[in-house]
Design a protein around this ligand. Structure first.
Ligand code: LLP
Length: 416
């Protein structure tokens, strides 16, 4: 069964994205190649935006999920704020035309240089994760004669029910300030004169399919807001992080953005809070694919292999998280089905896009789309094995353009 989505579908036996046949892109841009749908991205951003509606809010797209300038620019024009975790991400947001005043800076290890850059650009706020960090931001703000708006990222000790590498809201994780200690931190932080401590935030993990976990975290956070306000802290904003899961398998039950936000709204309505969310994956994942070409078929012992020209350096998720990405041909065929490992050219047995997978009986030269690759795809790519990184293409209706060109061998040695 082939997956289909709102923006990717077969027409006359040819896989299309919006109004473009993906094979046409390959004939000009080559493989491997990432392709994104502008409509897919904007529809999902607007689902958040419209569902939050009359609540005072900002949807801060998590730049880490896909930081291509064209994607950021699309979202900036649509009115998105941005969640960043490095100075480099802030640079990208500004370069793409995003407004620093809509930026929140998250992350457990911000450097002094990054904090200074963010203060100079006038970002909205810092989500702070330790008392050391609060003291550093206070000192750097003092030197500039400004006040820095901060929220404390709380670790609410809530189980997210996702892959251990992307679960972040339990006591044993490095993230946030333990919920049992955070009130003391707010009290002590009153002594730091260059901070406006107006917010609370949390982010419990990514690819969360059970929204009860996310809602449970909101309950914990709202209880905290009440206690902090009772203690005289002027808490004005609540940042709920990202984490909503998406469909990687054709018939997987996944949460719907509007339905989830309706539940969030029920919880936070009437509490006089500016609400922020930081979705990444749920905006871009299902709006992107990685296109690749079959190089060879081979058999070793009892195992069948499809060797393709995309590898773990292009899409790291299967090797790193054992994640499932559907793999489907750009042209439907009637050659039947096989069971095989889909592997790349990198010299590691951990280099695979799929293991023991049933897929179309593909032959050398065939083109394939690796599904749900718009988030944490290109951004996690590397030059391992001195492979040039693939181009990125953005489709808007019937037009498309290369929004990052394929690297060259010269790019590989630049700076050496
Ligand atoms: N906010 C914070 C503070 C985060 O750490 C993250 C993701 C997000 C927002 C966005 O979460 P999302 O809505 O995308 O779930 N590379 C992994 C995912 C890492 C997520 C890290 N933090 C993967 O490919 O599954």
């Amino acid at each position: 069964m082939n997956p289909s989505s709102d923006v990717f579908a077969y027409r006359d036996g040819t896989l299309c994205c919006e109004d473009v046949a993906l094979a046409d892109i390959v004939s000009r841009a080559g493989t491997p190649c990432y392709v994104y749908s502008a409509r897919g991205i904007l529809d999902r951003f607007r689902a958040y935006e419209e569902a939050l509606g009359d609540l005072t809010h900002r949807v801060c797209y998590a730049v880490k999920a896909n930081s291509n300038l064209a994607v950021l620019s699309l979202l900036a024009k649509a009115g998105a704020g941005f969640d960043i975790v490095s100075g480099g991400e802030l640079f990208r947001v500004i370069r793409a035309g995003g407004d620093p005043a809509g930026v929140v800076f998250s992350g457990v290890g911000k450097t002094a240089d990054e904090i200074e850059y963010a203060l100079d650009q006038g970002i909205h706020s810092f989500n702070c994760e330790s008392e050391n960090e609060l003291a550093l931001i206070d000192a750097l703000a003092a030197r500039r004669g400004v006040k820095a708006r901060v929220a404390l990222r709380v670790n609410p000790n809530v189980e997210a029910g996702t892959h251990p590498y992307i679960s972040t809201g339990m006591r044993e994780h490095k993230f946030g300030i333990d919920i049992s200690e955070v009130e003391g931190v707010y009290d002590r932080a009153r002594a730091l004169p260059n901070l406006l401590i107006e917010g609370v935030g949390c982010h419990i993990g990514s690819q969360i399919l059970d929204t009860d976990a996310l809602i449970g975290a909101i309950d914990v956070m709202l209880g905290l807001v009440e206690r902090l306000r009772a203690a005289g802290h002027p808490i004005r904003h609540l940042d709920l992080g990202g984490g909503l899961g998406v469909r990687y398998r054709p018939h997987e039950e996944t949460p719907e953005i509007r339905a989830f936000i309706a539940r969030v709204k029920e919880k936070v309505r009437g509490r006089d809070l500016f609400v922020m969310v930081e979705p990444g994956r749920s905006i871009v994942a299902e709006s992107g694919v990685l296109l690749t070409r079959v190089l060879y078929r081979k058999r070793t012992g009892s195992r069948e292999f499809v060797v393709v020209d995309a590898a773990m350096n292009d899409l790291m998720r299967p090797s790193l998280y054992q994640s499932h990405h559907e793999i489907i041909p750009l042209r439907a065929s009637s050659r039947g089905r096989i069971r095989a490992d889909v592997v790349g050219p990198v010299c590691e047995s951990g280099d695979f896009l799929a293991l023991d997978r049933e897929l179309e009986n593909v032959l050398p030269g065939d083109l394939l789309a690796v599904w749900t690759a718009g988030a944490y795809g290109f951004v996690l790519s590397s030059n391992y094995n001195s492979r040039v990184r693939p181009p990125e293409v953005l489709i808007e209706g019937s037009s498309w353009c290369v929004v990052r060109s394929r690297e060259t061998y010269e790019d590989l040695v630049r700076g050496e």
